[in-house]
Design a binder for this molecule. Sequence first.
Ligand SMILES: NC(=O)c1ccc[n+]([C@@H]2O[C@H](COP(=O)([O-])OP(=O)(O)OC[C@H]3O[C@@H](n4cnc5c(N)ncnc54)[C@H](O)[C@@H]3O)[C@@H](O)[C@H]2O)c1
Length: 333
Amino acid sequence: MSKPKALLLGDINFVPKFWESLSSIAELVRPAARSRAEFIEECKAGKLDGVVAAYRTFNSVDVTGRFDEEFVSCFPESWKFVCHNGAGYDQVDIDACTQHNICVFNVPTAVDDATADTAMFLILGALRGFNTSMLACREGKWRGHPPPPLGHDPQGKTLGVLGMGGIGRNMKKKAEMFGMSTIHHNRKPLSEELAGGAKYVSFEELLEQSDVLSLNLPLNANTRHIISTKEFEKMKKGVVIVNTARGAVIDEDALVKALDSGLVWSVGLDVYEEEPKIHHVLIANSHVMLLPHMETWTIETGIKMEEWNIGNVRAVLEKGKLNSIVPEQADMA
Ligand SMILES: NC(=O)c1ccc[n+]([C@@H]2O[C@H](COP(=O)([O-])OP(=O)(O)OC[C@H]3O[C@@H](n4cnc5c(N)ncnc54)[C@H](O)[C@@H]3O)[C@@H](O)[C@H]2O)c1
């Protein structure tokens, strides 16, 4: 009997031998396609028949585009599992996959430390207003002329976490070490153990009470632009906003206006609405902290993520076992 096929979309950067070790239980294949149209053709021509599971990376979207209804409906009958190498899986239309009986896995947990570390870096940098002087000193202007306004200490400030999942909870622990207290809002309240003492508040209260608001929820139809003009108007004047989730959970135009009016004192961003494009006003504002989507950009986290995701492929091929299925498909597990 021929082996099932495992399809690789994107690259394995850290643990290629771990991927190759799957060859004892599967035929490892890559698409010939260099574009979405070519990929769909390849599927229709039956060249990917026998694929049971696919390992996909964030950057593979450059070839395939989003996994939406049009795309998923071209998959061969055999294709039952999509293993996405990341925590955020907004490039995959979960409803379309569910309709076609395809299970989607992501990589939670492995990303928690690196993402929360990045969020703390952005919080400190935005509160202290470090960026202007970091740029000035490289231009031989010491702190800048005139020097930047004095910054703010994290101690005694309230961190508001919107979306208290793995990353939010990790951030809470780190923020405590800097003397911050945490409040949070989630789709549903967490158990006392998971909340770890972070007070649960309503969405409105979170907006009203946070000194630093951190976005840590997934991007989907319900959360797109969850923070826009109306929400900024409810916040404390001088709030700091940090976004390490996905750019489009914030309405970027509204953010720029809130910064401009002084309602928002500073921001720390790793993600943007139209990556790799960054709003020109944010680029021009030296006060804000901007990173080009680098949260999990470390060797250690890269290894952990790839090992986890290859483990997902192995689990489904060997046992049909579901390791980390996305929450929307919990009842398919
Ligand atoms: N920039 C990066 O490189 C990077 C890296 C890792 C994760 N992320 C992003 O961070 C997000 C969070 O990751 P995680 O691992 O903590 O996910 P998670 O699933 O553990 O936590 C997300 C939390 O958000 C909550 N939530 C969902 N919808 C909500 C809503 N409408 N209102 C309030 N809360 C809501 C969920 O209940 C859950 O508790 C991911 O979805 C991903 O997009 C980005």
